[in-house]
Write a protein that binds this ligand. Sequence first.
Ligand code: HEC
Ligand code: HEC
Length: 205
Amino acid sequence: MTFPLRSLAAVALAAAAFLCTAAGAGGNDAAQRGAALAEARGCGGCHGERGHSPTPNVPSLAGQPPEAIVLNMILFREGLRDAPPMPDLARDLTDRQIEDLAAFYASLPPGPPEDRGAPDPARMREGALLAERLNCGVCHLPDYRGQNQVPRIAGQREDYLLLSLRGYRDGTRRGTDTNMNAVVYGLSDAQLAALAHYLAQQGER
Ligand code: HEC
Ligand code: HEC
């Protein structure tokens, strides 16, 4: 399979450009328009009304950096990230609508899903060691809240974290570059599960 790296780079640039022009244009208004659009489109049915996903394998969006949401919505819209049902849902959205949705979800306080289980000490230790050794906090920041186009992973759903990490390892998911694929290259299922468990337990209680 050849991968459209060129078009991905173009998408990243486009996302960065329109976020810059949007800056200062009234984040509150954008978040309000985004809230109305999310309601009209039923995003909360899967991602949770306040962005804390109650749905297995569906990510929480509350507190994500807006750039990370914009980038993924554009990847879905342009058919560059294949994750049903998102490409269909993003197809007819304008740049402005995507930006509004991102402002809305970024404005919501992050937090774990209601069905998060209790931490398992052995997997917490293994996950912490791996995260340290593999420098996850360098890009995702030491508290894993994300920055710019690097997503928040603290308190994300454990099942979705594991799904994503497997996708990167197995080459079925790529971002705008192959950084994540390189980071998890060669890790075992048990190691990915420990990382997912550890990260799902981070952040607000
Ligand atoms: C029917 C369920 C469903 C609905 C409705 C839905 N989503 Fe999703 N969404 C998903 C799933 C499933 C994924 C993850 C797919 C995967 O990676 O396998 C996802 C992923 C995403 C992501 C990527 C997040 C990340 O961390 O990578 C964003 C952003 C997103 N959705 C935004 C939206 C918005 C905005 C709406 C409303 C317009 C919406 N979704 C409606 C199921 C849904
Ligand atoms: C070199 C920088 C870098 C490092 C180091 C890094 N990441 Fe990432 N990570 C990224 C970027 C950039 C993305 C977004 C890529 C994309 O668009 O899919 C990402 C995405 C992710 C996602 C998908 C989240 C979502 O909402 O879809 C997970 C999970 C993740 N990283 C976990 C980790 C873990 C665990 C580690 C350490 C083992 C790690 N990352 C190390 C840069 C990094």
